[in-house]
Design a protein around this ligand. Sequence first.
Ligand SMILES: [Zn+2]
Ligand SMILES: [Zn+2]
Length: 184
Amino acid sequence: MKINVVQIPDSGLALQFTREGDWFNELLPEKGKCDFTLQRADVACSVKRTCETIVVEGTVKTVVGTDCSRCLEPVQAPVQGEFRYVLVPAPEDAERKAGDKFDAEAELNPDDVDCAYYHDDVIDLDPLIFEQIVLQIPIKMLCLESCKGLCPQCGANLNKGRCDCPVGPIGGKFAVLKNFKLAK
Ligand SMILES: [Zn+2]
Ligand SMILES: [Zn+2]
């Protein structure tokens, strides 16, 4: 979703749009490599312009699918984020327009808000939206809070019933102690 800065009216813009499919594919650090899936993302945002500074503020909602951190079964979870970005022309763009009068440092105040640059009068909202979604994805997603996970020995999904492996520390991380003998 791209916005031409020049076309933002003085009253600002109110946008509602959805992103679907592989829209974020190009935004991945490694193209096409992603350990989650996204359903349709619904975005509602306002875009306001003061001179060359653009403020984009809104919400994004989607549903993330991934594997349960414990049992590796597919899980889905709704995620929702609120965002506010302040965008200014990239320094090289601004210099081109304003000559050497422009002080890029003074324009950016990265302390309290998310700041970003735009190039050639165009703001691409996709990277901002994707960033917000990624920030909202829990580090660990579980199919159930009480997910029993996989048996460390045979890999069986313990939510579906017990396997025949011996329980207890033997075979687990204390297996080495099985052969431990006190020196006499
Ligand atoms: Zn699970
Ligand atoms: Zn087992």
